[in-house]
Ligand binder design. Sequence first.
Ligand code: HEM
Length: 383
Amino acid sequence: MTTFPRGFAVLSTLLLAGVAACAAPRDDDAATQAGELSVDAALGEVAEEDEEAIVRRIADEASAQLANAHRAAGGVAKRDAHPKAHGCVTASFTVADDIPADMRVGTFVPGKRYDAWIRFSNGSQADDRSNDARGMAIKVMGVDGPRLLASEGPGARTHDFVLSNHHTFFLDNLADYVRFMETVTTKGNPISFFLSWNPLELHLRAAWLARKFTTQPISDPLTSRYWSVTSYALGRRPVKYSATPCDGADTSGEHPDAADYLGQAMKAHLAGRDACFTFSVQRQTTPAAMPVEDPTVTWDEDASPFVPVGRVTIPRQTFDGAAQQTFCENLSFTPWHATQAHRPLGSTNRARKVVYEATSSLRHRLNGAPRVEPSSLVVPGGR
Ligand code: HEM
């Protein structure tokens, strides 16, 4: 059983992706994007007060942290959040033939098979035995339709599903996110954000959710369940996504005593057999109980069950060649790599539009790596 302070320590690096003493190197693309945040009121979106300034601040601090980490390590610039990959694998995403009529939108063309890249990651920790959020980022390729991001260049045809292994986030607004960041910046940990003598400044629910977000048991990234956490438009209806192992999720949490046990589990799994996930969509049925602006609210699965719309297959493979790992580290995943039919919703997603753009641009610039969306499973220079 993990204690609270340990969970908090995990969060201080996971979420604060960006606390730094020096000035942030501002990214021009991201500055432009900040001016483009808009809300779709008909789908339940409401802008927070001073939202663009708050988002800009999160992006600046995340960029400063990335630059500081790069200077300190003196090597390759890594992602500001989810820097450790357990593996980045080739996959296919096949849409079911019998997908419900109202879900035949955008990427979800009945029977269509897409190639995909998938990166599995830790939120912040280098040692897999430490509590953490775990990520599954799916990049589906060959998707047609009008794009959401102006910056991704002509010809981009990807749709990213960025998922985590718990269904809710722990903060419900960006103003609190900044206060949480400031606490870590000034105090070195977020404890006094969660706990305070002033009842008006207590964030006990956030503390409880933060612990849930970072303590889900995991034995193998390929046998865990993942959720989008935040909501997305599917045409004109808000939805959430989930990927569930086809044979059911393993929630035992049993694992060997090794710092890289998650990558080792993936290697052993894919040496012997394919991995498979059912990809599902949950409809928003009652907007009041299923808000798009609050990612701390679980959308009740009894009231609106997740409906299978496709299958993710990860064929048996080896995936640890140097060229493939470099290729994958130079990929950029963002909820905003998508077509307009799948627009991300809510303030957390609006912040991610600017923050991921800023940190990805900076990371690629520091590494001297081109920032391009892939169009096939071919790794330049071989695997
Ligand atoms: C305001 C809230 C958030 C901020 C500021 C934030 C920040 C970031 C940043 C800076 C990155 C690295 C981007 C890059 O350099 O390419 C990242 C990656 C990631 N984030 Fe978030 N994030 C937020 C919320 C979330 C939520 C709610 C989820 C839940 C699904 C999530 C899941 C992930 C995952 C899985 C990755 C790794 C993607 C990859 O493999 O490249 N994030 N996040």
